[in-house]
Design a protein around this ligand. Structure first.
Ligand SMILES: NC(=O)c1ccc[n+]([C@@H]2O[C@H](COP(=O)([O-])OP(=O)(O)OC[C@H]3O[C@@H](n4cnc5c(N)ncnc54)[C@H](OP(=O)(O)O)[C@@H]3O)[C@@H](O)[C@H]2O)c1
Length: 285
């Protein structure tokens, strides 16, 4: 069996390669792909095969996918270009008849999440592709909050416009392990799985977790979207990035990341990491 991991040079992809190896896949059966040559070299040191994969260059996809049984398509990071890039990956997988696993976003087909449209379009292309495929709709990574957590431990405050919205986050490694499980079994062919942490937490719970780990009192400064954008710009973020962060918080306030059905825990065979444990581990580092 040959498994191609695209985006293997990224954080999630590197965890996927590690989990495939931990689950007994022979290094020679894994092709780790990406553009970053330095990271490809570090992956090569694990014994896996590596390939230059650029979603915008179909020739790299054809070369890397030759002989592939399974392809993990890790969604690209270039918003605005991703739909065409993902189409190229799907087309290349179709040429070799590989099964495909795609990392999507929560309820991508119906959600008003600002990141959903690219994922919705990709899921529609998969539906029409005739490929055997599995969609893993990953909720947020805990890691998205690393700066917030570390700053809160220093300043005693969390700035947010997410209101009492909840986030069913899990660690990157847990989503990656689920991807490895989906790649190694045909049981999930045709499935669209909503993956997230077992518990959806709100910002007060995040503050409580930082308090418990740091011993410092932490307040939640819940502001409006406009106030959030202005404050972030005051910290040096450009207007676009500040607006993006506030829009994601508005999505959270609307409950778009709050649902969790235990699918991730079922795939990995154990409960997902709790918020308290995640924060404790990060602050204790
Ligand atoms: N659920 C969440 O909370 C969350 C948060 C952030 C991102 N995401 C999504 O999940 C994906 C994986 O997350 P991550 O943490 O691993 O992100 P990451 O560390 O930024 O990695 C992104 C990966 O995508 C690859 N990539 C981007 N554009 C590409 C292209 N045109 N051709 C080939 N490869 C391309 C990068 O390759 P090179 O580095 O080699 O160029 C890299 O391997 C992200 O790309 C994004 O779509 C989800």
């Amino acid at each position: 069996m040959t498994i191609v991991v695209t985006g293997a040079t990224g954080e999630l992809g590197r965890h996927v390669v590690r989990h495939l190896l931990a689950r007994g896949v022979k290094p020679a059966e894994i092709i780790a792909g990406g553009r970053n040559e330095e990271v490809l070299e570090t992956l090569s040191a694990l014994g896996v095969l590596t390939a230059r994969i650029d979603y915008s260059d179909p020739s790299t996809l054809d070369a890397a996918f030759a002989g592939a049984d399974k392809v993990l398509l890790i969604s690209g990071s270039e918003v605005g270009k991703r739909v065409l890039q993902h189409k190229a990956v799907i087309d290349a997988a179709r040429k070799v008849g590989a099964g495909l696993v795609y990392t999507s976003a929560p309820k991508a087909s119906t959600s008003s999440l600002i990141l959903a449209p690219d994922h919705k379009a990709t899921e529609e292309m998969l539906e029409q592709s005739g490929l055997s495929y599995t969609v893993l709709r990953n909720n947020w990574y805990f890691e998205n909050y690393n700066n917030t957590i570390l700053q809160a431990a220093q300043t005693g405050s969390i700035l947010t416009s997410a209101g009492d919205g909840r986030v069913a986050s899990a660690t990157r490694s847990e989503y990656a392990e689920a991807a490895a499980v989906a790649l190694l079994s045909d049981q999930f062919a045709g499935d669209v799985l909503e993956l997230g942490g077992d518990h959806a937490w709100d910002m007060r719970e995040l503050a409580d977790a930082v308090e418990a780990a740091s011993g410092r009192e932490v307040g939640v400064d819940n502001v409006s979207s406009d106030e959030h954008v202005a404050a972030l710009q005051g910290f040096g973020l450009d207007e676009g990035t500040a607006g993006f962060v506030a829009a994601l918080d508005a999505n959270i306030a609307d409950g778009l990341l709050a649902d969790t059905d235990g699918s991730l825990a079922r795939l990995i065979g154990r409960p997902t990491t709790s918020l308290k444990d995640y924060v404790q581990e990060l602050i204790g580092k």
